[in-house]
Every structure is written in C-alpha cells, then in structure tokens.
Ligand binder design. Structure first.
Ligand code: MN9
Length: 300
C-alpha cells in the first residue's frame, strides 16, 4: 500500500471550549459538519491548533472519541498525540488505534529538552510500536538545528511511519524529503500562508489552523492546483493571506475561535491562562475583516 494516504485539505481542528474550559462537544460536532460542508477531506485533531498538549489525557481521549463518532467515516482523522510525558503519548496512540483513527501524529520530543537525532528516532520507533497504525511525523520549530532531511531518511525506515507534516519554511528541504523513498512518502504542508509553495514543491495535502474558517477557499486552491491551474491557485493563496494577516495579528487560535461565532459555532476561548479577547479587540477584528469583504462571504 502506498504511503501517500492523505491528500487534500485537512483542517487542524481547533478544540471548542466551554466557559470552564471543558471541551464543548456540541460545538465539535458543528465544526465537523460545517467544514465537511465546505469541502474538508478530514481533520487533524489535538495538535497545536487544537491545544492538545495542554488538555488533560482524559479530555483528549474523550475529544477523539466524539470526533470519531461525529465523523462517521466522512473523512480521515489524524490524531496528534504528543505529550510532555512520553507515556501519555503512547497511551493516546494506543487509544487512537482502538477508536479507529486513520493515523497518529506527533511533534518531536520534548517540549522542554532538546534531543539528539538518534533519540528522536528511538521516540518515533516506540510511538509507532504503541500506535500500530500509520504515523505522521512532524517537522517544526522543536527540531532546532537538526538536519530534517537526514532525520526523515531515518524515520522513514520505521514500520508505520508514512510521512511528515512539514511546518518549516524551507521548501527546498521539503522537496528533498518528497524525493525520499522514490516519492512514496506523505508530505503535508504546514504553513497555510504558503500552501501553494508547498504543493508546488511536492506536498500531497495541507493541514492548517486557518482552514477551520476558510476551508472552501483552500478547497478551491487545492482543486485549481490539482487541475494545473496554478494562476487560480496563486490568486486563492493571496486571497486567504489577507485574512491570515488579520488572524496572526490578533493571535491565531483565539481569533479563529472568535471568527467561528460568525457561522454560529461557539468555540469559546483559548485554554487558561491565555487572555480572552476584549470587546474592543473583537470589534477591531470584525472591522478589519469587513474591510476585506470577507465577513459577509464567511457568513453567507
Ligand atoms: O498546523 C499550523 N501551524 C502551527 C499548522 O500550528 C504551528 C499553521 O496552520 C499556522 O497556524 C498558520 C498560521 O501561521 O499557518
């Protein structure tokens, strides 16, 4: 079977929270329904965007279970399981298999200590053993100065490891990774603001935070690219980037959560101790989005 299992547009699901920071399952369901309606191919859950590493293991399991139930086979579910304690990550990985997730994913260990290339390889071996389902590794800032191409070459030798979510900004490296295993490697673009670059350099799919609120636009981008219509793909990228600028300026997760209220989804605030958006900030965001003509389009 090909390693390239995941293609298309996969929102990195934000995790809706109630006022007392419990996961709001009703809003999880709404979020899935909404994004499938906008053309999503599946979801990446409990990642950075989903605040996974700051939720309790119990909350992560419950969220994953509910996602699997509501998803009802409509798309793929990749469950990010990294935790500060590796035992928790392995527990979450086993659980992901039990509930039928399509894959697990994990940033490199650890959130506090820098590990050598060999140690990172050992981690993914143990994770793959625990998971027993496909594993998407993760190239991002925690890698520090580790050579990502040589690391990926080693990781791809591990059973179950099928690819990488690439959230670095060196697309030359991305392409060198895509050339590994004769191209039989699932490379997934991380930076939403450069999805078109990632696709051009060989990415098979995109996983992104801002897809939660602009899935339809990314769908168009991806479909245009797949049809060889690079000019339309580029225009779509420039269109979403105007919104991304607003989102980044006001804080990615909190702004996306706020924007979801436009489509009737109460995603709440970011986990404590992140500050909630003030009424003033909300007004500013709304004004900035209205200036881009996006607000009305989003609401439809
Ligand atoms: O999942 C996200 N990266 C991280 C990918 O969370 C580290 C991106 O979607 C960014 O949030 C986005 C905005 O910079 O590109």
């Amino acid at each position: 079977m090909s390693n390239v299992r995941f293609k298309g547009i996969i929102p990195a699901m934000i995790t809706p929270l109630t006022k007392d920071y419990k996961v709001n399952m009703q809003a999880v369901k709404q979020l899935l329904d909404y994004n499938y309606g906008e053309g999503a191919d599946g979801f990446y859950i409990c990642g950075t965007t989903g605040e996974g590493p700051v939720l309790t293991v119990a909350d992560r399991m419950k969220t994953a279970e509910k996602v699997m139930e509501y998803n009802a086979g409509r798309g793929v579910i990749i469950n990010h399981v990294a935790a500060a304690g590796v035992k928790d990550a392995f527990t979450l990985a086993r659980h992901a298999r039990e509930i039928g997730c399509d894959a697990v994913s994990s940033v490199v260990p650890n959130f506090y200590f820098k590990h050598s290339e060999d140690e990172i390889v050992e981690y993914y071996k143990a994770l793959s053993d625990a998971a027993g389902i496909p594993v998407i590794t993760y190239a991002q800032g925690l890698l520090g100065d580790t050579d990502v191409v040589s690391l990926m070459e080693k990781l791809m030798k591990i059973d179950n490891v099928i690819g990488v979510k690439f959230t670095l900004f060196n697309f030359y490296d991305m392409h060198r990774i895509k050339e590994l295993c004769g191209g039989d490697i699932n490379v997934i673009n991380g930076p939403d603001e450069m999805l078109v670059c990632g696709l051009m350099m060989g990415a098979d799919a995109g996983i992104g935070s801002t897809y939660n609120v602009m899935c339809r636009e990314y769908r168009r981008l991806f479909d245009a690219f797949s049809a060889g219509d690079f000019e339309t793909a580029r225009k779509q990228q420039f269109k979403v980037n105007k919104i991304i600028e607003v989102i980044i300026r006001h804080g990615v997760i909190r702004t996306i959560k706020y924007m979801l209220s436009y489509v009737g989804i109460d995603a709440g605030d970011m986990s404590f101790p992140a500050a909630t958006l003030s009424q003033d900030e909300k007004r500013t965001i709304r004004r900035e989005l209205e200036n881009l003509d996006y607000f009305n389009e989003l609401k439809r």
